[in-house]
Design a protein. Structure first.
Length: 457
């Protein structure tokens, strides 16, 4: 890494890739890259010093990045194998590494606190980073969301020995990490296009637990379907909302706030208040506080951090909040995430009608979980269902949003993304609008918000 002068990213606009780009910029390296589309994130990276283009063409690679002895090429596994630029770097014997490999190298010499799981890993890792950043421990952090408190997905420290990492199971990426401690939130099957079966998916998490360093610990959600393979010297703890070594007591919900007592193996910390007061964040908070507590944060540091945590963008993100109209955006894209998100909204607003706009993510995930998606989305009062966002995938015959739509039991509308704004413009009965999905639905959020705000004037 010392000899590297330039770092080129294939897929630089991804949330995980962008924090590595920011890291190398902070170290004085030249940074450039390709992505398929311009986004707010890529625009921000350009402002911070990166050179980015959006056409997969080797002629676009800057001259500072064609010396293979001083250039590191980082690529996302989601990049198509027939990418012209990827093939150029492969054929010319450049040093190519997956994002997770580079992250493993960067964090190897620190105490890596790695948050993994099908759901909740972005929020728990973000909460953990926020706790440590405001504590006497401090931290570095590579996160999968833009934290509102900091306006970034990267935190750096010259003094801290801790690095918080969101550990991604896609393509077995988290096997490149070297956890000192790890948190596992859930192991509900996902990415079956990679793993094939639930058994293989679970085996991948078992492998991840075997990487935890002696002297460290695993904090695992109570009662999940996982048999960890811990090496000697690694402690095991469990957590959940109401049982396990770490859990909550005296939960009080009301008046727009959530408070509870945080129970640890050595007593309880009274009166924790959630800065983002939704029920799913009680459990997220318990997991993140558990890791922070095990590493020595004080009671007051935990209290202060949880109360001031503003959340990550696109993670149960309130974009509009008034007595008459509410707009929430959430990254949920797995059936269990959808159920948790919708249920949380309905608990917050039991007397209001909840309209959900959902953009399915990936043909394979849609194919594998049709019935589960339909059940989750049927919890809504009304659904507007968009076309599938394909991301890295080619279409699968017979798999479109219609397969979900036909099984949903609530009031429903099927439309293309381009038709959504017009449909919302004509709807005069919106009370709570929940936009959900991991695709590009977020590009419409400013215009959707404008439509709703106009009704408040």
């Amino acid at each position: 890494m010392e000899n590297i002068k330039s770092v080129y990213f294939l897929g630089i606009g991804g949330i995980g890739m962008s924090n590595l780009a920011r890291y190398f910029l902070s170290k004085g390296k030249k940074v450039a890259g390709y992505d398929r589309a311009e986004t707010l994130l890529t625009q921000t990276l350009v402002q911070e010093g990166a050179s980015i283009h959006y056409d997969d063409n080797t002629n676009n690679i800057p001259t500072d990045f064609i010396d293979k002895d001083s250039t590191l090429v980082v690529y996302t596994p989601a990049l198509p194998s027939d990418s012209a630029e990827l093939q150029y770097f492969q054929q010319n014997n450049f040093d190519l590494k997956k994002r997770a490999q580079v992250l493993g190298l960067i964090t190897k010499s620190s105490k890596a606190l790695c948050c993994a799981g099908t759901h909740g890993k972005t929020t728990t890792s973000s909460m953990l980073a926020h706790i440590l950043k405001g504590s006497h421990l401090d931290c570095n952090a590579f996160l999968g969301g833009i934290l509102k408190n900091y306006g970034s997905n990267l935190m750096l420290s010259d003094t801290s020995e801790f690095t918080v990492v969101e550990a991604d199971e896609y393509d077995r990426s988290f096997h490149w990490l070297h956890p000192y401690m790890a948190l596992i939130t859930s192991v509900d099957p996902d990415h079956l296009d990679i793993y094939g079966t639930e058994a293989e998916y679970l085996k991948s998490f078992e492998k991840f637990t075997s990487l935890i360093q002696p002297g460290g610990a695993l904090v695992m959600k109570h009662n999940i379907k996982l048999s960890p393979k811990l090496v000697e010297g690694v402690r095991l703890y469990t957590y959940s909302i109401d049982r396990g070594d770490f859990h909550a007591e005296n939960i009080k919900v009301g008046g727009g706030t959530i408070r509870f007592d945080f129970v640890t193996p050595k007593g309880s910390i009274k009166n924790i208040e959630l800065g983002v007061p939704v029920r799913i964040n009680i459990e997220n908070g318990i997991g993140s506080m558990a890791l922070a507590w095990l590493n020595g944060t004080t009671d007051e540091e935990l209290r202060r951090a949880m109360a001031t945590f503003q959340g990550a963008k696109r993670r149960f993100d309130f974009l509009l909040k008034s007595d008459n109209l509410v707009m929430i955006d959430d990254y949920a894209h797995h059936p269990d995430e959808l159920s948790a998100s919708i249920s949380s909204v309905k608990e917050l607003y039991p007397d209001k009608k909840v309209l959900g706009v959902f953009q399915p993510h990936l043909y394979t995930r849609t194919r594998d979980f049709v019935d589960e998606f339909a059940r989750s989305l049927s919890l809504l009062d009304e659904l507007i269902l968009l076309d599938i966002y394909p991301a890295r995938e080619k279409p699968i015959e017979g798999i479109t949003s219609i397969v979900i739509f036909d099984k949903v039991t609530c009031k429903k509308t099927l439309c293309k993304k381009e038709e959504l704004l017009d449909i919302l413009e004509k709807k005069d009965d919106i009370e709570v609008l929940l936009t959900i999905g991991a695709g590009d639905i977020d590009r419409l959020l400013p215009e959707i918000k404008d439509i709703l705000e106009a009704r408040l004037k």
